[in-house]
Design a protein around this ligand. Sequence first.
Ligand SMILES: Cc1cc2nc3c(=O)[nH]c(=O)nc-3n(C[C@H](O)[C@H](O)[C@H](O)COP(=O)(O)OP(=O)(O)OC[C@H]3O[C@@H](n4cnc5c(N)ncnc54)[C@H](O)[C@@H]3O)c2cc1C
Length: 494
Amino acid sequence: MAARASNSVQPGRFRVLKEGTRRPGGEVGGGPVVYWMFRDQRWRDNWALIHAVDQANRADAPLAVAFNLFDRFLGANARQLGFMLRGLQQLHREIEGSLGIPFFLFEGEADETIPKFLKECGASLLVTDFSPLRTIRQCKEKICERVDDSVTVHEVDAHNIVPAWVASQKLEYSAKTIRGKINKMLPEYLIDFPTLQPSSRRWDTTHRSIDWDNLIADVLRKGAEVPELSWCKPGESAALEVLMGNENGFLTKRLRNYSADRNNPLKPKGLSGLSPYLHFGQISAQRCALEAHKVRKSYPQAVDAFLEELIVRRELADNFCFYQPHYDSLKGAWEWARKTLMDHASDKREHIYTREQLDKALTADPLWNASQLEMVYHGKMHGFMRMYWAKKILEWTKGPEEALETALYLNDKYEIDGRDPNGYVGCMWSICGVHDQGWRERPIFGKIRYMNYAGCKRKFDVDGYIAYVKKLVGEVKKRKAETDLDKEAKRLCC
Ligand SMILES: Cc1cc2nc3c(=O)[nH]c(=O)nc-3n(C[C@H](O)[C@H](O)[C@H](O)COP(=O)(O)OP(=O)(O)OC[C@H]3O[C@@H](n4cnc5c(N)ncnc54)[C@H](O)[C@@H]3O)c2cc1C
């Protein structure tokens, strides 16, 4: 692994989305640099921030960070938005307090708020995070159209270790086809982060303070149907604690059994627990990989298995969403899978459940109900159960399109790490065979890989998992009842 002394990012790490017109002398405008942050919500180990600081310092221009709070982005609820805003509140303190970079928060549509802000401050360069998701890409296209001709727009992939456009220039078929390409590029991209150099020019206009308490109270009220989680602390420091804290850090305390335990839903601590932080960008996957490499000598098998998920599988998901415009519909499945699913679309189903019945975990299968309840109440279903859960939805809905829509709806509504390329690909893998192969043909599933209750029983203690979830749900309900009582007591006292 190479160390990197330079403060600039590698040329492959960013793309020019729009080239601003140059001044008569040929130089770019000397206005401020704005970093519109959205997917990589952190100040540590963030290539987009490093790039923005570097560009500002080169042009001797001031730098600001802007964040746009969309209205219920991709259906987010209190669970996801509360986690995100509490993380941003900490980030705001750090970025202004430690780095001296002003942080602006806007509400509404980013394709309106960001161009407006750039105009007001006379910015010359906009740096943005990369996301393969449709809404964000469309939003960026509009931003590029709306900003002044003089503004340049750079997009930095600070989320993947190997930038999505460098890893592969096409839609990959499976982990097997992308693994070699990613591994080849790792020596160039899996490098140490430079120390962030504070911006040399200060932002001189004043900016509004942010009323975080009010903002958080508002999203909690609007998204109350899916409440916040108490076990998952938001923010960069909490993320680093989960990765390598002294108390129960993944690399420090739990890594040893990763390969053996990660498919056992009764041992949720066997997994890293990093997905909420990775999803909101509160931790960099590159930091996780660099730290994992440091302990590889002691636990080679566990580290290799973890890196396969963290790098290959995760970056394969970004590849799918980046190159497949129909990443969340049956149209995005390969021809063989679409055909086999349609051939079996009208096969007789033993049970057909409505979305409401599934949402409320009212099926005849206690194992499936437990996994649904784990997601509804705990906010993070075990990775192994996610496969079983989605495949059963295919078996119990009217057809594959409805199955996929229902799985995505429930996943994104309840999972703290939902609304992510990993989620779209997870559901597409389970229901539409994406990144998988054809299997022996059977009713309803056709050639899509099948999973059933008996198979789970052979793999882990199914009754133990059901009892574990029951206990978990009981504890959440008890905590909620106590909080409600507290609130009521406070109300009566006032
Ligand atoms: C139907 C279904 C839905 C899913 N929905 C989501 C989702 O909404 N958000 C999400 O982040 N993941 C999703 N996954 C992938 C996976 O189940 C989770 O990433 C994992 O359970 C998160 O827990 P962890 O971080 O403790 O896992 P670990 O095993 O510790 O993995 C570490 C990291 O590797 C990545 N990773 C692990 N498994 C996968 C995978 N199969 N595909 C891509 N990346 C992976 C994740 O970023 C994860 O945080 C889904 C999988 C399926 C089958």
